[in-house]
Design a protein around this ligand. Structure first.
Ligand code: FAD
Ligand code: SF4
Length: 510
């Protein structure tokens, strides 16, 4: 009587009730498979991080007395798909039952449902016990609404989990400190050096290369920087709370040539693969502030809490409310190919160079770089959301479809027509110059709207609104832009449209 229990690569949750006691008749199955390595062109560091974390987790389970069958990528018996491997193992172990934790991705959910329909043993799925909401909770919360307002969902989460609350009111009476979280870094502001691990992952890199997996980005094979165990993830959490939290909120939207992660936590990989539970992360941060630290104020703490119990849960809810149709949405009918410099950082645009270069180097860019630099540019250019999605899904260490696609297609590209955001996140060079030091050293002129030296963001920004007048002219949040355009002379508008056309045509050489 053997029960097979599948543990996916992003289900490394040691606190899950499955693992509370070792059972003789249960065999946990983990696998490194080509269907996962090949559904996008992943960053080499992303594949290494997943395999390293999975191998360490399997070892930890064995040490706790659990039976684990771990299939390595090059194992001769590896069928390279979940279905193939589970079918083989059912026969091999004469299994009488198959169980799995609900996966986070629609693609895998479908595969597992189909698998269960075709096997002739009992099967069942259990919650992953990771998220703070169920798959359909957000859909029910916004029943009948076209737009899902994150702020109302977030306030409800604060109340439900009693986080930063006094009775049913927010502590200090304010829900949101967003307005205080928009400071630019000054030259005198010291930047914390990121906490980096330094692990030899040569064996995994050799394996990935030998198997011919197509990857992007670079890796230091003898000094791998990302946490891949629960212990390391907790160390990074400690580092964040001690070193970064005091300035997290204040400089949340800041960008600079001087650093690649600033005061951000870089915990997204650890949280997404469930080495850390979102609630333990939030509690650790709130407790640190409640402990009376003088260097941390509520604006920093609330800014962080909002990302985890607000945006993260919200994006997951949007995903399950709208998949599979969400993955095809292209409301603005954008079809321009993504410029080639997204793959090699070979561009004169200083802000884009920084964001893309560090993404290739570290498989990481912080939120505002993803949203207001690379995402903003792709949207203004009118890039095909399929291509934009493929890039974000491949390049970032934390990229899993449920959180990547809602952020990319929804928040960043407005391809969902306004389910996630009530207006597109677009800006000219003005915003980038306000929030960063990139423009100072750039070959383009951040003030000019047209002309050979003019910043490409500028003409594209105004042309975006001209081109999409029908879609946005009646949006009250965008009225200002149209009033501004209508005051421009015909010649000015013409020059902008021509410059935008030139940029689009020469997009690979900017
Ligand atoms: P911090 O700035 O330290 O924030 C703390 C935590 O809050 C993060 O670790 C994350 O768990 C959560 N968080 C913050 N913002 C968001 C958000 N918008 N949605 C969901 N969770 C959030 N995040 C991913 O985890 N995977 C992705 O594939 C992904 N793709 C993105 C694509 C685009 C175009 C954009 C604009 C954002 C994307 N994000 C994604 C959200 C966000 O940018 C990352 O979670 C964050 O940059 C991770 O770095 P960090 O851990 O240092 O975050
Ligand atoms: Fe980016 Fe334009 Fe500023 Fe250059 S001038 S850094 S391209 S916003």
């Amino acid at each position: 009587m053997t029960t097979l229990r599948l543990v996916l690569g992003d289900q490394l949750h040691i606190g899950h009730s499955w693992f509370s006691e070792a059972q003789e008749d249960v065999l946990y199955v983990m696998m490194e498979i080509r269907s996962e390595t090949d559904y996008a062109h992943h960053h080499i560091q992303k594949i290494v991080a997943f395999f390293a974390a999975m191998r360490a987790f399997s070892k930890a389970l064995k040490e706790q007395g659990h039976n684990v069958h771990y299939i390595e990528l090059d194992a001769p018996e590896n069928q390279q798909t979940i279905t193939g491997n589970i079918n083989t193992l059912i026969k091999e172990h004469a299994a009488t039952r198959f169980e799995y934790m609900l996966p986070d991705e629609y693609r895998v959910d479908q595969e597992l449902k189909t698998l269960c329909q075709h096997i002739d043993i009992d099967s069942s799925a259990v919650e992953s016990e990771h998220f703070l909401t169920t798959r359909n909770e957000l859909k029910d919360f916004f029943k009948g609404k076209k737009t899902y307002l994150m702020e109302s969902f977030y306030r409800n989460m604060r109340k439900t989990y009693d986080i930063l609350m006094e009775g049913d009111k927010p502590v200090t009476g304010r829900w949101n400190y967003d307005a205080e979280n928009r400071k630019k870094l000054k030259q005198k502001d010291n930047i914390v050096s990121p906490k980096l691990f330094s692990k030899d992952v040569s064996e995994l890199v050799d394996l990935i290369e030998a198997e011919g997996i197509k990857t992007i980005g670079r890796i230091n094979r003898v000094a791998f920087i990302w946490p891949t165990t629960r212990e390391e993830s907790l160390e990074l959490l400690d580092f964040f709370v001690e070193q970064c939290l005091p300035s997290f909120g204040r400089f949340q939207d800041a960008m600079t040539d001087r650093g690649w992660s600033l005061y951000h936590s870089r915990l997204s990989f650890s949280i997404n693969v469930k080495l850390l539970h979102p609630l333990e992360v939030v509690e650790r941060v709130v407790e640190s502030w409640q402990g009376g630290r003088e260097d941390v104020d509520l604006a920093q703490v609330e800014g962080f809490v909002r990302q985890i119990i607000g945006w993260r849960e919200y994006m997951r809810g949007v995903y399950w409310a709208h998949m599979p149709s969400y993955a095809k949405m292209n409301t603005l009918s954008h079809t321009t190919p993504l410029p080639s410099f997204y793959w090699d950082a070979n561009t004169k645009m200083a802000c884009m160079k920084q964001a893309i270069h560090q993404s290739l180097e570290h498989a990481y860019a912080h939120h505002i770089q993803r949203l207001m630099v690379t995402g903003n540019f792709a949207l203004l250019l009118g890039c095909d959301p399929d291509e934009v999605d493929a890039w974000y899904l491949g390049i970032y260490i934390d990229a899993l479809e449920w959180v990547e696609i809602t952020n990319t297609r929804g928040m960043s590209q407005f391809a969902d027509g306004g389910i996630v955001g009530t207006k597109p996140y677009v800006s000219s060079a003005n915003y980038i110059n306000k929030m960063s030091d990139h423009c100072k050293g750039c070959q383009y002129d951040h003030k000019a709207r047209h002309g050979a030296k003019s910043c490409p963001f500028n003409a594209l920004y105004w042309e975006f609104f001209i081109r999409h007048r029908e879609a946005f002219a009646h949006n009250p949040r965008i009225g200002m832009a149209y009033r501004h355009i209508d005051k421009m002379s015909d010649d000015e508008q013409q020059a902008i449209v021509e410059r935008a056309a030139y940029i689009r045509e020469h997009r690979d050489t900017l």
